[in-house]
Design a protein around this ligand. Sequence first.
Ligand SMILES: [Zn+2]
Length: 185
Amino acid sequence: MAALAAGASAEAAMAEHLTALAPTLEAAGRLATLESLRTPSPPAAVFPVRGRVDWGEHDARFGAWRGGHVHEGQDVFARAGEPLVAIRDGRVVETGDDGGRGNYVAMWNREARRTFVYLHMLHPSRVSVGDHVRVGQRVGAVGCTGSCWGDHLHLEVRRGRGTTGRALDPLPLLQRLAARRAHPE
Ligand SMILES: [Zn+2]
């Protein structure tokens, strides 16, 4: 009987203890939730060129008149050999080497419904058609192959899958990513 009473009172004490702890446990739960929110997940997009870059002059801009055609990308000048990385996750949909584009690679992102095309790379693409690339993965290096004056990445952002969709101005996205690179959160 004494043991039972002791047991009952121990149980009561434990209940009281847990009741007293409840706000703390709840706070701990909230902290854990906050912590998981803070756990860094990879960014959806990163700046495509490592190292120092220069935006060039007016004719580097999307839409600049190039005597016979309109410039369909944004040029980002950097030293030859600087790594080029995938701006987003994507699927490689085209690679090649021709007199105009030089060594190039096109990566399609399903969520954004955009294809990102890198021109004038130093070497043939390191990735192949059908490959899945992850954001930030190295896909090539800055160069000046094809029709090019001065080492740079010519970036095109095209609507839809492939290299023939309507070209969009890459600069707003590039500037946003450059700012994030300069001041990481
Ligand atoms: Zn260009």
